[in-house]
Design a protein around this ligand. Structure first.
Ligand code: PGA
Length: 249
């Protein structure tokens, strides 16, 4: 059975005091259930998050990782560093990084490999732009983005989480309909099945991201192939984030 997951991507938000307060509020009120909850704060708050979450079932994820093992890459953070402080997940290929940092698929594949080498689970983000959706290219775009997973062993693929995040729905208040999300999630699972068979594909969690809020989470999560959410804006408010977790319980 695949995991049901709700992950909160804080992006580049909050100062240290606000971050600590938000972690405390979440830990205090979170009732452990069978949903895997992941907090993905900025790098500078990761160790704090790991300490604060120690007594809870909530996991910690990074927003990014460098594609090289180590070396002269000023300002960068390696998978080994993340692993050494206890990080369990990392986003790879979030659309904001694909767009603003021009991350190539080759680079993203290297990042996934670096993470897997140290047993950190990659959360690989895919999704089309508005123009691609309007010109009916969305399946083609996502298929191309998924192709970097093709060469992974089945064991490695099983350690990955996928996140479908249509770029036009991120931070815009415009959510994909439950039908649009389910259609793409089923397509993604079909592609994963082509890589390593149905058993593997059936065991990989595929999250939806893009203006997922307490009022639409239940409907999205009730779709057969939607195994949870990657939450941006709504994860910065403890009550909203907890309500989204509850919508999945
Ligand atoms: P949003 O962001 O929930 O604010 O739309 C989602 C994401 O980018 O992960």
């Amino acid at each position: 059975m695949r995991k049901r997951i709700v992950a909160g991507n804080w992006k580049m938000n909050l100062n240290a005091q606000q971050a600590e307060l938000l972690m405390q509020e979440i830990v205090k009120q979170h009732q452990p259930n069978d949903v895997e909850v992941i907090l993905i704060p900025p790098y500078v708050y990761l160790e704090k998050a790991i300490d604060s979450l120690m007594q809870s079932t909530i996991k910690t994820g990074a927003q990014n990782v460098h594609a090289q093992v180590d070396g002269a890459y000023t300002g960068e953070i390696s998978a080994k560093m993340l692993q050494s402080i206890g990080v369990e997940y990392s986003l790879v290929g979030h659309s904001e990084r694909r767009i603003y940092q021009s991350e190539s698929e080759q680079e993203l594949e290297a990042k996934i490999r670096r993470l897997l080498e140290v047993n950190i689970k990659p959360i690989y983000c895919v999704g089309e732009s508005l123009e691609e959706r309007k010109s009916n290219q969305h399946f083609k775009t996502v298929e191309k983005q998924l192709s970097i997973l093709e060469q992974l062993s089945s064991e490695s693929l099983l350690s990955c989480v996928l996140a479908y995040e249509p770029v036009w729905a991120i931070g815009t208040g415009e959510t994909a309909t439950a039908e649009q999300a389910e259609e793409m999630h089923a397509f993604i699972r079909q592609k994963l099945e082509l890589f390593h068979g149905q058993h593997i594909a059936d065991n990989i969690s595929i999250l939806y991201g893009g203006s997922c809020k307490p009022n639409n989470a239940k409907e999205l999560f009730s779709q057969a192939n939607v195994d949870g959410g990657l939450i941006g804006g709504a994860s910065l408010n403890a009550q909203d984030f907890l309500a989204i977790i509850d919508a999945h319980s």
